[in-house]
Design a protein around this ligand. Sequence first.
Ligand code: AHM
Ligand code: MG
Length: 334
Amino acid sequence: MAKKNQTLGEFIIENQAEFQYSSGELSRLINSIRLAAKVVNHEVNKAGLVDIIGAFGETNIQGEDQQKLDVYANEKFIQTLTNRNIVCGIASEENDDFIAINSLDEKNQNKYIVLIDPLDGSSNIDVNVSVGTIFSIYRRITPVGTPVTIDDFLQKGNEQVAAGYVVYGTSTMLVYSTGHGVNGFTLNPAIGTFYLSHPNMEFSETGNIYSINEGNYAHFPKGVKNYIKYCQQEEDDRPYTSRYIGSLVSDFHRNLIKGGIYIYPQTSKAPTGKLRLLYECNPMAYLAEQANGLASDGFQRIMDIKPTELHQRVPIFCGSRKMVEKAKEFMKNS
Ligand code: AHM
Ligand code: MG
């Protein structure tokens, strides 16, 4: 039972029995994410003060400039999860390949793997716009005690056991689900404690916000163009409001609270979209469904897609149930 003002630590302990496998391992894992989030939050908040912003001079596998804070956040999450001997494998947007963790014991008995986008929307940092961390957790499918393989990471989203994000915004929040609804915790920076501030978060059935980078309009498929026209028509509860931060976590978070749809479709320039299936779309899809919303690639459920590559991209239509269904209708009929 979610109680307002409970600390995240208390909440994790109290709800441990709800986990499908309640050995305490998943609780320890969420606890480590909480710790890493606080460390990264501290650094992100200082970004405007110290000379830490700017390209690091390296390019990641996606061909994008890495910012210093991307590198920092990546290191902190990996270090925290590795040092605490909690997972058997990690994959990150910032690393070409997955990392197999050897435990301090001879054989790694840990069962969980984590996929993360350590600092999503990092191109927004130098203009003081919110960024986030996204995480997705699975149980390994290869035998415990052996090194993890790519198959452990290429599981369908519907196999996730937990997922969540941290939004480093006007306040810092950790929002996550272990399959029993979605709860949001706000950090009190004075004492470094997350408090349950948003119990049982849910998308409203429909909303009035659509979030899409309309600058790409010319490159959108017909179905998306038609859906945008529909959003802008004066009829019933329309026109809807257009809101696009360009930071997935923040756009999703706003729509979750206010009701809306987020779309990053395929374009003629990026035929499979921009966002990555494993550590951006799947965790958001898991949260959306846990929050009574939907997530689709325009035709099928995101979490039913069988991944073939670690850094695979997919189109995403995600948010309030009726809005996603309507957008799918336009995709189908175009
Ligand atoms: P990143 O992982 O390189 O930061 O890119 C992901 C971000 C999302 O947060 C955001 O929704 C999207 O890219 C914005 O892309 P665009 O600038 O093309 O609209
Ligand atoms: Mg990202």
